[in-house]
Design a protein around this ligand. Structure first.
Ligand SMILES: CC(C)(COP(=O)(O)OP(=O)(O)OC[C@H]1O[C@@H](n2cnc3c(N)ncnc32)[C@H](O)[C@@H]1OP(=O)(O)O)[C@@H](O)C(=O)NCCC(=O)NCCS
Length: 156
C-alpha cells in the first residue's frame, strides 16, 4: 500500500470511491468534492495498491483567534479494502497534515450508527464531544468527535 498526496488526475478515481461509499443524499456532489480538495487550507491523502486507488481522506483547517482547528471532511476506503488498517493510516496522514499546519485540535462528524468509522476514530484517540440530532436527516444523529494534537499555535 502506498500513501501519497492527491494529484488533480486522481479526481475520477476518487469520486468513484465516493460513489461506492455513500448513496445520495449523503454523497458529496462532484462540485463540492472539488471545492473541498482545492481549498488552500486542506490536504487530501490517497491510499493506492498496485496503481489502484483504494481510499482517501480530506482534512481542512481554519486559523482562529486562539488556535488552528482542523476538521476531517471525509475518510473513505473501498469495501474490499477495509479492515486492513487503511482507514487508520489515512487518518494518521490527515492528522500529520493538520499538525504541520499548526492545528491543536481536530474534530469531525460521524453518524451515530457508523461503528466501523467510530472504531477507527476511537482507537486513534478521538472522544465524543457532542451530538447533533437529525444532522444526517430525520432520526440520523451525528456524533462530534475531537482529539487534541500537539500543534504549535499559529500567530497571525
Ligand atoms: C470507516 C472506514 C474508512 C474505515 O476504513 P478501514 O480501512 O476499514 O479502517 P481500518 O482497517 O483502519 O479499521 C477498521 C477495522 O480494521 C481493523 N484493523 C485495523 N488495522 C488493521 C490491520 N493492520 N490489520 C487488520 N485489521 C486491522 C480494525 O481493528 C477495525 O476492525 P473493527 O472495526 O472490526 O474493530 C471504512 O469503513 C469506510 O470507508 N466506510 C464508509 C465510509 C464512511 O462511513 N466513512 C466515515 C465517514 S465519518
Amino acid at each position: 500500500m502506498i500513501y501519497r498526496s492527491y494529484k488533480p488526475e486522481d479526481f475520477i478515481a476518487l469520486y468513484a470511491i465516493e460513489e461506492l461509499c455513500f448513496q445520495p443524499p449523503d454523497r458529496f456532489s462532484r462540485r463540492y468534492m472539488r471545492h473541498l480538495i482545492q481549498q488552500t487550507n486542506a490536504a487530501t491523502w490517497i491510499a493506492e495498491d498496485g496503481g489502484e486507488m483504494c481510499g482517501f481522506g480530506i482534512v481542512e483547517w481554519t486559523h482562529e483567534a486562539a488556535e488552528t482547528v482542523a476538521y476531517i471532511q471525509t475518510l473513505e476506503v473501498i469495501p474490499e479494502g477495509r479492515g486492513q488498517g487503511v482507514g487508520g493510516e489515512l487518518l494518521r496522514r490527515l492528522e500529520n497534515s493538520a499538525c504541520a499546519a499548526g492545528a491543536s485540535v481536530i474534530w469531525l462528524h460521524v453518524e451515530a450508527g457508523n461503528a466501523a468509522a467510530i472504531g477507527v476514530y476511537e482507537r486513534q484517540g478521538y472522544r465524543v464531544v457532542g451530538k447533533e440530532k437529525d444532522y444526517y436527516g430525520r432520526g440520523r444523529a451525528a456524533l462530534n468527535y475531537a482529539k487534541h494534537v500537539g500543534g504549535q499555535q499559529v500567530m497571525l
